[in-house]
Design a protein around this ligand. Structure first.
Ligand code: SAH
Length: 342
């Protein structure tokens, strides 16, 4: 296996103007930047030797130029057609990506880190170790890989794979920009999900992106949230919600809240009422996620009846709410089930 350590050199993730600059540094005319851009982002080139519009002599000198593409380590397909990929990065680490086709859409769930440092109690990723942040091009690569495998354009990307996007803010923002400008996915079709870290939601808002933004709330009061999410100890619920309000003001985009439903823990009608109280007057949308089982803990998924009861309480309070029945459950590819093995 070739270990490529200098990932700074990867061409993937670079914008049209950066690629143009790069070809010019190589003594080539500017228009080759546009060709390179097209081959990287549209044609899925994995080596510059494939770029047949480039002069053969020049191409041959570029055989070792890293592009920043991963290699497929493992793929599984669930009965609902969800595909889970384990991708090998240039340093040998493995990252997980999920492709979810629906009628006309193809949604990719990307990882932003190898592992996750947040250690949420209900999440398989948090039970494993944290290795490192992903570079922007390693995030873009996941989307291109799924697009190539399905031979269908990716319509949506959700940053809901392994990792906490806001602990890797700069690379995540760079990846969002590249997915938007280079791959051609609309910003509103890109969703960043976070468990929330003090000050980071504001920092993201300052980038003024028009992405869809979701916060993993998961609890209706601070003690319960701390029990489920260790990092919440440093981030009072009120402060988190205040930053979310600021996010809306700065970007004009509403914030969605994800709320995992754990039977008997946070799924009672009184929890729903308490949640509604916090969200009163807040332009928002709540996404309920019935718990997907993981080995390490014995939480239970609530019955459909309980889920609906929770939903009704929110609806009565005029809060927009939907239930996300996760896809890919059979392939261990659903929310919270991602880990770096198969
Ligand atoms: N770190 C980010 C990105 C992960 S997104 C975040 O916390 O938002 C994945 C979503 O699935 C999050 O809302 C996460 O809390 C949720 N999740 C984690 N484990 C789960 C499980 N076992 N069942 C259902 N949802 C889970």
């Amino acid at each position: 296996m070739v270990i490529q350590t200098d990932s700074e050199e990867a061409l993937l993730g670079k914008s049209l103007s950066e690629l143009t600059e790069w070809v010019q540094q190589q003594g080539q005319p500017a228009y080759r930047g546009k060709q390179l851009h097209q081959w990287l982002y549209q044609k899925g080139a994995r080596s510059l030797t494939e770029v047949s519009v480039f002069p053969k002599r020049w191409r041959e000198t570029l055989a070792d130029q890293p592009l920043g593409r991963s290699t497929l380590h493992y793929r599984s397909i669930a009965p609902d057609s969800t595909r889970k990929y384990l991708l090998r990065l240039s340093d040998g680490l493995i990252v997980e990506t999920v492709g979810m086709p629906t009628d006309k859409r193809l949604t990719v769930c990307v990882s932003s880190q190898v592992g996750c440092p947040m250690a949420c109690d209900f999440c398989a990723t948090g039970k494993g170790s944290f290795s490192r942040n992903l570079k922007a091009h390693e995030i873009v690569d996941q989307v291109l890989t799924v697009q190539e495998d399905f031979q269908q354009r990716v319509s949506n990307v959700v940053f809901m794979g392994m990792g906490e996007p806001l602990t890797n803010l700069d690379e995540v923002v760079a990846a969002v920009k590249s997915l938007n400008q280079d791959v051609g996915i609309g910003q509103r079709s890109l969703t960043v999900s976070t468990v929330g870290l003090p000050g980071r939601i504001r920092q993201l808002a300052q980038h003024g992106l028009q992405i869809t933004f979701a916060v993993s709330l998961h609890a209706s009061n601070q003690p319960l949230r701390e029990q489920l999410i260790p990092s919440a100890r440093h981030y009072p619920l009120d402060t988190l919600l205040e930053e979310c309000r600021e996010y809306l003001q700065l970007t004009g985009r509403r914030v969605s809240f994800e709320y995992i439903l754990l039977a008997g823990v946070n799924d009672l009608p009184e929890h729903a009422a308490e949640l509604a109280e916090h969200l009163r007057g807040f332009q928002t949308h709540v996404n309920l996620i019935p718990y997907n089982p993981i080995q390490e803990v014995d939480y239970q998924r609530p019955s459909q009846q309980r889920t609906q009861a929770f939903q009704s309480v929110l609806e009565q309070e005029h809060i927009a709410v939907s239930v996300r029945y996760s896809r890919g459950l059979e392939a261990d590819a659903a929310c919270g089930q991602l880990r770096s093995n198969n």
